[in-house]
Ligand binder design. Structure first.
Ligand code: BG6
Length: 492
């Protein structure tokens, strides 16, 4: 296969990026490595500063030491790491106490020309306090932006409270609600595939598409994020945001351009067209599960409740559901969505299954005719497969085979795909919100998710157990098989 070289991008303007929650898992595992990669690629100007903020009593040197360890563990070259570290600093602050904020404000004000980015990688309960202080200390001016990590609230009411309060300090155009799934290469590729090829659009509707599947499967358990996760559960943690955003990218009408609001207007229409799932139908359309002890990747692992220290909890670690979009393009096309922790493999993919041919001209000996499927693999092994029916080569009569036209990004481009945060962090600096959620999108997503959560609460039924290392409760298989369909076998 021809390997295409990917041009590197030009540097961005000098910026100051403050990461609240700077010692947390997301900052250390994702944000700082993403910044490092952009630095190594020459995109981060030398004058830029990255300031970690958290309550821990560290200083600049201690923070650099922490980050050095993490980067070296990832195999980053030592000399590049050493060159990057002086751009990092640290301030110990408590969002709810005044101490230290004056000095912090002075530090930031040293560079009035820099684009300022305040990344709130903390629990959403702190968003309002942090924004109020940023406003109070005069840190929001001109080119300043705030990044809010998901989940924004735990339902529509709490999301509104947060958005209202943040909105008193930062305008909507300064507010970047991040959903890192939108920064994944394959998700952006879906835009290229759908709107850069004339091939798909005529078929992209209920007339030709039988159903869509979106799977985000993880092998890990909840680990040390138990305290957060147990209050969230799979619907709030993954479906309300990541999976609905993927669904929007598949289902939206062609936007008139890639201008931020052109894209976000179309996504919003999809969210508003989702058919409600509530007490009347949640029993048929949703399955919730919780993992028990089992074997994951060859090792015995404890169940969810034991992992959290033997607690009692009816939080779901798995959810499968059948959604529908009530509009002309999609009426009657089911979108089967599923996600879970402690599943057998780590795989995220979107499967668009086309309708079968209207009439078969082949005899039984040719073998069964399978449906065409377009499979977008988000991770691992990012790529696109288009499953087609062809003739099995050689003599012996006309026998049919189902094979993929297979485009693996790693093979085609010969490079490792950048992490989603690399693209998104620099989009914030550039002030491009196309791949971020607008307030009304977040609200529309909660408006759909809230009745599902209420229906589950009202039913009082605990989540169905599944053994770690399996594909969730058997009811999730039944959910799709009842309709005469199956989950994509390639992922299982
Ligand atoms: C996060 C969720 O948003 O996404 C986690 O809070 C989940 O629970 C993670 O593990 C998955 O992201 P990725 O990029 O590893 O698929």
């Amino acid at each position: 296969m021809t390997v295409v070289t990917v041009p590197s991008s030009p540097p961005v303007e000098p910026f100051d990026l403050v990461i609240f929650g700077g010692t947390g898992d997301l900052a250390v595992r994702k944000l700082l490595p993403a910044l490092f990669h952009r630095y190594a690629d020459g995109q981060i100007p030398a004058a830029s500063r990255v300031v970690g903020v958290a309550r821990e009593g560290l200083d600049d040197a201690g923070y650099r030491e922490l980050v050095r360890g993490v980067l070296l563990e990832t195999g980053a070259p030592e000399d590049t790491v050493e060159a990057f570290l002086p751009q990092l600093g640290y301030r110990s602050l408590d969002a709810r106490k005044d101490e230290g904020w004056d000095a912090f404000a002075e530090l930031i004000k040293e560079q009035p020309e820099h684009v300022r980015v305040f990344y709130l990688s903390t629990s959403p309960e702190l968003f309002v306090d942090i924004c109020n202080r940023l406003g109070h200390y005069g840190l929001n001016r001109g080119e300043s932006r705030v990044v809010l990590e998901k989940p924004i609230g735990r339902d529509l009411a709490s999301a509104n409270q947060i958005n209202d309060a943040v909105g008193k300090v930062f305008g909507e155009s300064q507010t970047f609600r991040i959903d890192h799934y939108l920064g994944k290469e394959t998700v952006q590729n879906l835009i290229a595939l759908r709107f850069g090829n004339a091939l798909f659009e005529p078929l992209w509707n209920a007339g030709h598409i039988d159903h869509v599947q979106i799977t985000v499967a993880e092998t890990l358990g909840v680990g040390h994020r138990g305290a957060y996760y147990d209050r969230a559960g799979a619907l709030r943690d993954m479906v309300q945001n990541h999976i609905l955003q993927l669904l929007c990218m598949v289902a939206m009408e062609p936007p008139s351009s890639l201008a931020p609001d052109a894209v976000r207007d179309e996504k919003l229409k999809v969210l508003r067209s989702l058919k409600p799932i509530d007490e009347a139908n949640a029993g048929q359309l949703t399955v919730r599960g919780q993992y028990r002890a089992g074997v994951a990747e060859g090792e015995s692992v404890p169940g969810y409740l034991d992992e959290l220290g033997g607690i009692k909890s009816s939080t779901e670690t798995f959810v499968a559901l059948k959604a529908e979009i009530a509009n002309w393009r999609w009426a009657g096309v089911p979108f089967y969505l599923r996600t879970g922790k402690r599943l057998p493999t780590r795989v995220s993919e979107i499967v668009v299954a086309f309708k079968p041919v209207p009439h078969s001209i082949f005899d039984a000996a040719a073998g069964p005719l399978a449906q065409n499927r377009l499979v977008l693999r988000l991770q691992p092994d990012e790529g696109v497969k288009l499953w087609l029916t062809i003739k099995h080569p050689g003599p012996g009569g006309l026998r049919l085979r189902h094979v993929p036209l297979d485009m693996s990004f790693a093979e085609a481009f010969g490079v490792q795909q950048p992490d989603a945060y690399e693209r998104l962090l620099l989009d914030v600096v550039r002030g491009n919100p196309t791949l971020f959620m607008r307030r009304d999108e977040v609200e529309a997503a909660w408006r759909w998710a809230d009745p599902i959560l209420s229906a589950w609460a009202a039913s009082g039924e605990p989540p169905r157990p599944y053994a770690a290392g399996t594909w969730g409760p058997s009811a999730a298989v039944a959910l799709i098989e009842r309709d005469g369909r199956t989950w994509n076998e390639d992922s299982e």
